[in-house]
Design a protein around this ligand. Structure first.
Ligand code: 8YV
Length: 321
């Protein structure tokens, strides 16, 4: 019988949904297991269902020689050493598509929350300091007619662009490979160099994977090159933005505000950001709808079942295709 280790309780009952030929073991506590706990509890397993908080490195693969498949329950898989997996002949799959709309909705939630100062308004009201409507109270940024810059124009970036079109925004983007002409035409999106994206975006939303090319991409110089009064939103991965530099850019008054769902050293948040009124902070909720999280778990499980049955998985990560 093939055994599968699930590193965290998921919003589906993996045991009940797995076919009888697969033995499912689930980590017993609702916290990320350490590497040595995974190594101990997954001993003898053929596959792991992993999350963004599980570092799957060469040492773990070495400790688990029976593991042939890492099924990541996320679209991003920067926690997995794909090169080490390749060397060891371990398959890596992920869960694209099923969380696109949920994540794009959350990115746009942050855009609106920052632009319209929702956090400050809520706090004012709850503090009992709201003494009546005022024509100059908490004035924000109107989105219509403004420019959205999308850094990374994959599924989620395009879905955010689609939402922005509904708000009357113009769309610019950067991506490694340009989008097909029909996608650009339907979103009236224009590919521009990174520098132009920084200079022209009123709202800049990050949707690129974390890798050696994107790590630290938004540092002090890039933030200074952004349009004055712009909004930065990050729902991708924290280390793409230098949080200290972002806090400084906000403190200097160069940016209007920022919306962050991901952090450089999750779950820690830079203390200088925690104290700021112009920053909306969420605890990595991008895909956190019940439906999306269930689809993610089922997508990962379905690939684990395919691999266990000797069939090709549906969602191998691009580097291993
Ligand atoms: C996940 C995410 O919730 O899919 C991703 O890459 O960041 C989120 O949707 C999280 O990573 C769970 O593993």
């Amino acid at each position: 019988m093939t055994a599968l280790f699930v590193t965290r309780r998921l919003p589906i009952d993996v045991r009940a949904e797995a076919p009888p030929e697969i033995e499912v073991r689930v980590f017993g506590e609702d916290r990320p297991p350490t590497g040595s706990e995974i190594a101990r509890e997954a001993r003898g397993c053929a596959a792991l269902l992993t999350l963004v908080s599980d570092p799957v490195d060469d040492a773990l693969l070495e400790a688990l020689p029976t593991v042939r498949h890492v099924a990541q329950v996320a679209v991003g898989y920067d926690n997995v050493d794909v090169e080490a997996c390749r060397r060891r002949g371990v398959l890596v799959t992920h869960t694209p598509d099923v969380l696109t709309d949920a994540t794009a909705d959350l990115a746009f939630t942050l855009v609106l929350a920052v632009a319209r100062r929702v956090r400050e308004g809520e706090a004012l009201l709850r503090s009992g300091r709201f003494e009546g409507w005022s024509p100059t109270m908490l004035l924000g940024v109107e989105l219509s007619g403004r420019t959205l810059g999308v850094y990374g124009f994959g599924r989620i970036g395009r879905a955010v662009a689609r939402r922005a079109r509904g708000f009357g925004m113009r769309v610019l983007y950067t991506s490694r490979s340009g989008a097909p002409a029909e996608v650009e035409a339907s979103l009236e999106a224009t590919r521009v160099p990174f520098e132009a994206l920084l200079e022209q975006s009123d709202v800049l939303s990050i949707h690129a994977p974390l890798d050696e090319r994107t790590r630290g991409r938004f540092g002090a110089a890039e933030l200074a090159a952004m349009k004055s009064g712009a909004i930065l939103v990050n729902t991708a991965r924290g280390p793409i933005v230098d949080e200290g530099a972002l806090a400084a850019a906000l403190a200097g008054g160069h940016l209007f505000g920022a919306g962050l769902d991901v952090f450089e050293r999750e779950p820690e948040v830079h203390p200088a950001l925690l104290g700021r009124d112009d920053v909306v902070l969420l605890p990595h909720l991008g895909s956190a709808t019940e439906a999306a999280r269930q689809r993610m778990a089922r997508t990962a499980l379905a690939d684990a079942v395919r691999v266990a049955r000797g069939e090709p998985p549906a969602h191998v990560v691009p580097e291993l295709r």
